[in-house]
Design a protein around this ligand. Structure first.
Ligand code: BGC
Length: 413
């Protein structure tokens, strides 16, 4: 039988050795080295409050597999206490009435004041807080091995042409120019940045968020696919199915020069003892320097019957505490989900990301990542994934990919 927090407190008062406290069962996809290190910050925080942790990891970057397992668990009447979730997936579950109402905790913690609108859009549904945002990641980053850049005399590329010249130089020198794992969500992560770099923020808004058929079927979209094809030319032969963190390891180990990936990649560099600015560099994908395509990991609490359980409330509170937000995000590679914190403890890339995020939020340059479920619901996202990946693997030429994209998006809505 699970003990409640009250029973544990009683045991302590009576001088008995507290056995297991109430547990939270947490479904998540944080299984790489850097992700696991960040998760430990959360586990330790809860252990300090005598709350046990039942781990339910579902490997698979981007969370696609985790969401499939979640659906099966809920269908069989066995929903986990708390689930790592992204963007529109939270909204979809809230619509089904599956999520607990966190309003009381949110009011106590003043979440409405400190969490930016862009995150509240997903953390709440019809006036109810349904998830606690743990971070903000962004997807339009390039990660570079500094030793390779120095060796080849490469500067931080400012334009697409600079970037392809740098890729070519790395390839000519015998390195894998672009470390990549051939999985649909990783190719969709490229796509976020390439769409921005080809057509700027208006084009990103029109095609990825508003799903305007004209933008989806435009010449600019053909150019996007052409550039995806160019990037494909700089990937090594063994890219198929490779996990993202193994691609990051190629940059860490000086086998590859660059990786296009969200800033969870930084967690891998840090976990390997690498220092930003010395061992590796981070910069925005050339042509998207002023924009941020973001995603935010949030923990949604599944209703377990009446109201929010004490352990769910403790988890939500722990996630939103200022100390935790800094401690966790330093390790995870992301930035805090609250905008009221002092970022001086973050490393150089983290400080840059936090400033970029706040500036983008206030100047209207913050865009939900298509690749990570913040632009449209999973049905549309998955339809886009299929076309992007088929093109990347040579099944479609760019013209066909544009036509397929228009059709797939139309059918998926
Ligand atoms: C999540 C990150 C995670 C990454 C790779 C993203 O969708 O937001 O927290 O590290 O996927 O698994």
């Amino acid at each position: 039988m699970r003990k409640t927090l009250k029973m544990t407190a009683m045991a302590v008062t009576l001088g008995a050795t507290p056995a297991l406290a109430a547990d939270v069962e947490v479904l998540h996809w944080w299984t790489s080295g850097g992700e696991a290190a960040a998760l430990n910050v959360l586990k330790d925080d809860l252990a300090g409050q005598d709350i046990g942790w039942q781990d339910m990891p579902v490997a698979g970057g981007g969370g696609t597999q985790a969401m499939t397992v979640l659906r099966a668990r809920v269908t069989s009447g066995n929903a986990p206490t708390a689930v790592q979730m992204l963007g529109f997936d939270i909204t979809d579950w809230a619509k089904e009435g599956a999520l607990a109402n966190l309003n009381e905790i949110a009011e106590d913690g003043n979440w409405g004041e400190v969490v930016p609108e862009a995150l509240q859009k997903f953390a709440s549904y019809e006036g109810q807080w349904v998830a606690a945002p743990v971070n903000v990641h962004s997807t339009n980053w390039v990660w570079a091995n500094k030793a390779i850049m120095d060796e080849l005399g490469l500067e931080e590329p400012q334009t697409w042409e600079d970037f392809t010249a740098a890729l070519q130089a790395a390839q000519d020198a015998g390195y894998t120019a672009l470390a990549h794992g051939g999985q649909a969500w990783q190719e969709a992560t490229f796509f976020d940045a390439v769409v921005l770099s080809v057509g700027g923020p208006e084009f990103y808004q029109a095609s990825m968020i508003d799903l305007d058929p004209e933008a989806l079927g435009s010449d600019q979209m053909k150019e996007v696919f052409d550039r995806m094809g160019t990037l494909r030319g700089y990937v090594d032969d063994n890219f198929s199915g490779r996990d993202w963190n193994l691609a990051t390891a190629m940059v860490i180990n000086k086998e590859a020069a660059f990786q296009l990936m969200g800033d969870w990649a930084k967690g891998e560099f840090l976990n390997a003892g690498k220092v930003p600015g010395e061992d590796f560099l981070c910069f925005r994908f050339p042509g998207s320097q002023d924009q941020v395509t973001f995603n935010s990991d949030q923990f949604a609490m599944f209703s377990q019957g009446d109201g929010v359980s004490e352990e769910q409330a403790a988890l939500a509170k722990a996630i939103m505490s200022p100390e935790f937000q800094i401690a966790f995000n330093k390790v995870k590679g992301s930035v805090p989900a609250r905008t009221d914190l002092d970022a001086s403890e973050l490393d150089a890339c983290g400080q840059r990301a936090y400033e970029d995020f706040k500036a983008a939020a206030s100047s209207g340059n913050l865009y939900g990542s298509m690749g990570h479920g913040h632009a449209n619901p999973a049905s549309v996202k998955n339809a886009m994934y299929d076309v992007i990946t088929a093109h990347f693997n040579g099944e479609y030429d760019s013209d066909t990919a544009v036509e397929e994209l228009v059709t797939a998006v139309e059918i998926s809505q």
